[in-house]
Design a protein around this ligand. Sequence first.
Ligand code: MG
Ligand code: MG
Length: 285
Amino acid sequence: MNILTAWRSPAQSFSRHKSNKTQDKAGPRPSKGIEIKSKREIELMRESSRIVATVLKEIAEMIAPGMTTKDIDTYAEKRIREMGAIPSFKGYHNFPASICISINSEVVHGIPSPKRVIKAGDLVKVDTGAYKNGFHGDSCITIPIPPVSERVAKLTEVAEKALYAGIAQVRAGNYLMDIAGAIEDFVKTRGFSVVEDFTGHGVGRNLHEEPSVFNFRTHQLPNVRLRAGMTLAIEPIINAGSKQVRILADKWTAVTVDNQLSAQFEHTVLVTEDGYEILTDRNLV
Ligand code: MG
Ligand code: MG
């Protein structure tokens, strides 16, 4: 893939992407190559997304200090399979688990471990995907483990509201830049930063498809015009301090360079003629 994806394998770097001259021009681009889902396909997307929403809702209710991150992964895989789906993440670019679980200053792509124990006060991000009937759903939540500091609570609130500020811009005829601008403005006016090294993405038959759904104003990625039937994973990552991240020696886990906290929420969203439908809405399960 020549697009920046939410999952950056070691071979895909943002700096390499930046040097791609063919992407340097500003302005709207056609939505060529982006699949428009049929009614039937949307129905299948709803089903995969509902499974993801169910798993995340259950994890938010059961997660507690003393559990390991591997415990959460084991539970997620069991539930995804019970609902007739396959974990989208397991084996993807050789990722070894069914969830990404990233704690505190870990930004994304944390690998579950039987040695990593969840503690009171932790800020835990759980991201998962389910594949069923040929389609993926993808969603992420941030779970503060009580008692948490006011700063942790605030960062979590801003991250979740930033996602919804972006989603509010979703409708046929709007552009990806409308989503990005809304997220960037919402976050920056509240004193936090938006990570630029990872973006959201199209989602459907593949976990990651075009377009890159960026969370900050940029002319280095195609500013696609939205069309009804597109399905997008919108997933801003919000840092308490610097937006800069680095990848640990495990080649997966991204962490903040300043060791400050990071939070993320993600939904799989269908573009409709007059707005959107949140396919991974946990209120519906
Ligand atoms: Mg995800
Ligand atoms: Mg995603």
